[in-house]
Design a protein around this ligand. Structure first.
Ligand code: C2E
Ligand code: MG
Ligand code: MG
Ligand code: MG
Length: 288
């Protein structure tokens, strides 16, 4: 313990930490301007039917290209936006951008696939969130059934009554919700009864150990059994190897995402992949 403490004390005053803190402060200031300056864009990671390799959905993932620093990871700027109270603006921008992209794809004759969007707790907790979602869908004439909103377990539990109200409003609207990173938060399971919840995304941390780890195998099998009994659709995240793919498929998982199939792709790349009659970029992918 003394050693840890010593290390912490050292870290607290280290010049590296000070530089880190300075960098974070500067980044926070720049994050406020990033939206207005058009530095955000969306990339899209395919989700495939593991039985036949067809792309059945895409997940929108946010990217920030800082003019001087280059690409900043969402793992860094999303928590920052949450802390600074900017995440509502970010989520709103993402929703609008996704709805607009979906309409554009419709006009270009792309297959009407599902699009998943990551939304933070603060947005789900905001009083008119479902109404804002409805507004963007109506503005771009997108069917609500084609939008899937992702929420992490931790986010669900941090919110109380507003969460249930929002979930029910989304359900009434016809928008489905997926539990993201399932199994990594403080699972209470009670929220699985909410009618809006339609998908469970099995976190990459459980997929990583497949097929070798008997613990991960047992956990994943239990999650698949649970989703089946509840009538939910399971999506496995972070599939990187053939062995993981084979295990999951045999265990009854039919939808997956991961580098084995495709990384998050820029808009022209995803369009090339989705356009009818195109050849798949990866041997694993077959086209709709
Ligand atoms: P997430 O929603 O769980 O997204 C999955 C992350 O894992 C993505 O990272 C994706 O690129 C990465 N990934 C997918 N397949 C693989 C794989 O096979 N191997 C490995 N190593 N990684 C894989 P990304 O894009 O850096 O996003 C990180 C997190 O940031 C997301 O986790 C999500 O929680 C958050 N995020 C991303 N975009 C948004 C957004 O628009 N709004 C909000 N609120 N959060 C976002
Ligand atoms: Mg996600
Ligand atoms: Mg996830
Ligand atoms: Mg995850």
């Amino acid at each position: 313990a003394a050693k840890t403490q010593e290390r912490n004390t050292y870290r607290l005053y280290s010049p590296i930490m000070q530089a880190d803190a300075r960098k974070r402060l500067a980044l926070a200031a720049e994050l406020r301007q990033a939206l207005a300056r058009g530095e955000f864009r969306l990339v899209f990671q395919p989700s495939v039917d593991m039985r036949n390799g067809k792309v059945v959905a895409v997940e929108a993932l946010l990217r920030w290209r800082h003019p001087a620093r280059g690409e900043v990871s969402p793992g860094e700027f999303i928590p920052m936006a949450e802390k600074l109270g900017l995440i509502r603006h970010v989520d709103d921008w993402v929703l609008q951008a996704v709805a607009r992209q979906m309409r554009q794809w419709d006009e270009e004759g792309m297959p009407p696939i599902r699009v998943a969007v990551n939304i933070s707790a603060a947005s789900y907790g905001a009083p008119h969130f479902a109404e804002e979602v409805r507004r963007w869908l109506v503005a771009e004439r997108v069917a609500p059934q084609r939008l899937l909103l992702e929420i992490t377990e931790g986010a669900i539990l941090r919110l109380g009554d507003e969460m249930e109200r929002t979930m029910n409003a989304l359900h009434a609207l016809g928008v489905g919700v997926a539990i993201d990173d399932f199994g990594t938060g403080y699972s209470s399971m009670a929220y699985l009864k909410l009618p809006a919840i339609a998908f469970l995304k099995i976190d990459k941390s459980f997929v990583d150990g497949l097929p070798g780890s008997s613990h991960d195998a047992a956990i994943v099998e239990a999650m698949l059994a649970l989703s089946k009994r509840l009538g939910l659709c399971a999506i496995a995240e972070g599939i990187e190897t053939e062995a993981q793919h084979e295990f999951l498929l045999r265990a009854g998982c039919t939808e997956g995402q991961g580098y084995l199939y495709a990384r998050a792709l820029e808009v022209p790349e995803i369009e090339r992949m989705l356009r009818p009659g195109q050849r798949p970029g990866s041997a694993r992918l077959r086209l709709v």
